[in-house]
Design a protein around this ligand. Structure first.
Ligand SMILES: [Zn+2]
Length: 697
């Protein structure tokens, strides 16, 4: 166990509101982790704040004809307010525009510069002559050299995720004027990451041994290391940001990805004078909660910076990045306004914070992308929260109110009859096992599982109630019935405590039903819950209500209106861009008998390897696992799909098509696709219910 914990959540850009994908990525998991650690009496600091620099902010300001400051002053309070309302308990939600941050980032850079860490050199960079400005990062777009995506940014291609530099772009265009930029010489400070390659590799191996990193986090680091680390400019020619604190560097600011993680340090400084007790203390465990798009910055660049800076800064123990959450099967998008925005949700459903926390935890993209669906939200709300959890708590407390005026007699401490006692012992076993399984889940960053384990005690409680039927028992043997209810009350007491990290608002309500005090909590954490058998309880209210999706849509709640508008806009865009021919649908072919169909052997498979075929422009050579064996299949989709984007994709395969030679290679089957005259699209058998080899019939 560490002496101290320093927990950070990714600093959100203060250039727009936050959506549920952000929340489930870096904020809910961190909050659960911190709340649990605090409950166990650990010394924890929980740090976050607005990232108020970077090209995304200055560009937006230019477009809207306002100042960057106007944008950050608008969104910082909006985002802070959403976090507070959702119970995300940061100790400090700081700002990178704060004076203290400027000083901290500036000193940090200066220290690195004094240690001669940087390669300072002149290089040719794109320049917009009309605007008189160098074009870094998002100021420049062009075609991605890796995937041909036509609007890749100067720092990254959002289509294939490649990390780019502006000079790699094909057909570069200035985002400011739309003109083709010219090359002009400028001076920058480069971080020689290539020299740190061995150090980073060894460090990651060591960390991964002391506390296993998530597979996809470790994997992404390995693919960076395998490609070989490159030097990277840590400064930018921009007029918004922390100025480079060196003479002769006028008009230059620190790269936002140097400045932002230092924001964790300045936020801690702003919170406490004892910040070094955390940041420079070998007994502190530093954990960064982030989304998968930030892995390289937190796992490679920031550790390198801390290492080179020296002065005893600790390095992160773990970086449990989450994957992405989609919305109704489609990527959430800020530019398309396709998302469930937190400020809209909170205004539509001001009392349903826990319902959202619950859904985002039960559906958290911990190891693979997940999907937010309103129908699923409704089902989980109605089944898990209203039916199971709320139902169990309410049933228990109402029975105690109705039959015992809120307080069970002392006789519940006596042993029950054999049958009932056996059931009680079973419940006790489940309760006794809970602390350890929860502890393990939380420390393994498996919050979905942790939440499910807590709910399992409510499931056990319900099972116990249905098995013993106290409502019948109370009529024939009131004392025995009371003993059953006493056991249920123990379950409710544990729920009040162990639900707190996950759904704190509801946990507080249960605590109020039970007249809880702080001492009660520590008794339960010590495993002493039998004292609650005779606790005087209050008349309960319902913890949750059904989520009436249809009515909310009819009422015109904003979250649905926003989504529908985005979907409508997308439909219109597709209709406009689709040529008339594809709108005409091919006529149905002549009828066949079932026996004709039965001859086809159609299976589920996974693409393991994909590469272009030298002799063909159209064909890709794929290696597909169809459960019983691996097949080489040629597919005429080379003009539509990049091979590397296909690895791991689940596909539908016609497995008994006679082998055929094409372009010098043999194809041993066919991938089934939906085929319009415009494009081919995969038929997607996602999910565990479609294992490789499963027959399609
Ligand atoms: Zn790309």
């Amino acid at each position: 166990m560490s002496a101290k914990y320093l927990v950070t959540s990714a600093l959100p850009y203060a250039n727009g509101p936050l959506h549920v994908g952000h929340l489930t990525g870096a904020y809910i998991p961190a909050d659960i982790y911190v709340r649990y650690l605090r409950m166990m009496g650990e010394d924890v600091l929980f740090i976050c704040g607005s990232d108020e620099h970077g090209a995304a902010i200055t560009l937006r300001a230019k477009k809207e004809g306002i100042k960057p400051r106007d944008i950050i002053d608008k969104y910082h309070p909006i985002n802070k307010d959403c976090f507070e309302k959702l119970g995300i308990g940061f100790d400090n939600y700081h700002r990178t525009s704060a004076e203290l941050h400027y000083q901290t980032a500036s000193d940090f850079f200066l220290k690195l510069s004094e240690k001669d860490v940087f390669n300072v050199k002149l290089s040719e960079q794109y320049y917009d002559e009309e605007f008189g400005q160098f074009l870094a990062d998002r100021y420049i777009t062009g075609t991605c050299p890796k995937c041909d995506f036509h609007s890749a940014y100067g720092d990254q291609c959002e289509n294939c995720g490649s990390d780019l530099s502006p000079t790699e772009l094909i057909n570069p265009k200035s985002t400011l004027s739309g003109a083709t930029p010219v090359l002009k010489e400028t001076k920058h400070w480069y971080l020689p990451m290539d020299k740190l390659q061995d150090w980073v590799s060894e460090w990651i191996e060591k960390q991964n041994k002391s506390e296993t990193w998530k597979k996809h986090v470790y994997g992404q680091c390995q693919s960076w290391l395998k490609a070989g680390l490159q030097e990277r400019a840590m400064t930018r020619d921009l007029d918004w940001g922390v100025p480079v604190p060196i003479e002769g560097a006028d008009g230059k600011v620190l790269y936002v990805w140097l400045d932002a993680p230092i924001g964790y340090i300045s936020a801690t400084k702003d919170l406490t004078d004892n910040w070094e007790d955390y940041w420079k203390n070998e007994d502190t465990k530093l954990v960064h909660f982030i989304g998968k798009d930030n892995i390289v910055f937190h796992c490679i660049i920031f550790p390198i910076l801390l290492h080179l800076h020296g002065e005893g800064f600790i390095l992160p123990t773990n970086i449990p990045a989450n994957q992405f959450m989609n919305l109704e099967g489609d990527k959430m998008s800020t530019s398309r306004n396709y998302a469930v925005w937190l400020h809209e949700y909170l205004s539509d459903f001001p009392d349903k914070q826990d319902e959202l926390r619950y859904y985002l935890t039960a559906n958290m993209p911990e190891n693979k992308d997940s999907d937010f669906s309103w129908q699923d939200f409704k089902e989980k709300n109605d089944k898990d929260l209203v039916g199971l959890l709320g139902g169990f708590v309410h049933r228990t407390l109402v029975l105690i109110q109705k039959n015992f005026e809120g307080k069970l007699p002392d006789s519940v401490n006596d042993v029950a009859g054999e049958t009932v006692q056996k059931e009680i012992d079973h419940v006790h076993k489940v309760l006794n096992d809970l602390p350890e399984v929860i502890n393990k889940s939380i420390h393994n960053y498996e919050f979905r599982n942790g939440l499910n384990e807590v709910l399992n005690i409510a499931r056990e409680g319900n099972r116990f109630l249905n098995e013993t039927e106290p409502w019948k028992l109370l009529k024939t043997d009131k004392e025995e019935g009371a003993k059953v209810l006493a056991t249920c009350l123990e379950v409710v007491s544990l729920l009040a405590v162990y639900l707190e990290p996950f759904i704190p608002f509801s946990a507080d309500k249960i605590k109020a039903f039970l007249n809880f005090n702080d001492n009660d909590k520590s008794e339960i954490l010590k495993g002493n819950y039998t004292v609650f058998r005779t606790r005087k309880v209050n008349q309960p209210e319902h913890l949750f209500t059904r989520f009436d999706l249809d009515a909310y849509k009819k009422e015109g709640k904003q979250v649905f209106k926003t989504m529908e508008a985005a979907l409508k806009a997308k439909e219109n865009a597709i209709a406009e861009s689709t040529p008339a021919v594809t709108k005409s649908i091919a006529p149905i072919k002549p009828l066949i008998e079932y026996d004709d169909f039965a001859k086809l052997d159609i299976r589920i498979g996974t693409i393991l390897e994909a590469e272009k075929l030298k002799k063909s422009k159209k064909l890709l050579k794929l290696l597909v696992d169809i459960g019983i064996e691996k097949r080489q299949i040629l597919s005429g989709i080379a003009q539509v799909y990049e091979p590397e984007t296909l690895i791991g994709k689940k596909v539908v395969v016609l497995a008994n098509l006679a082998p055929k030679k094409m372009a010098g290679a043999e194809s041993q089957g066919m991938i089934l696709m939906s085929d319009t005259s415009e494009a081919f699209t995969f038929i997607n058998p996602e999910g565990e219910d479609s294992p490789n080899g499963a027959a399609v019939s």
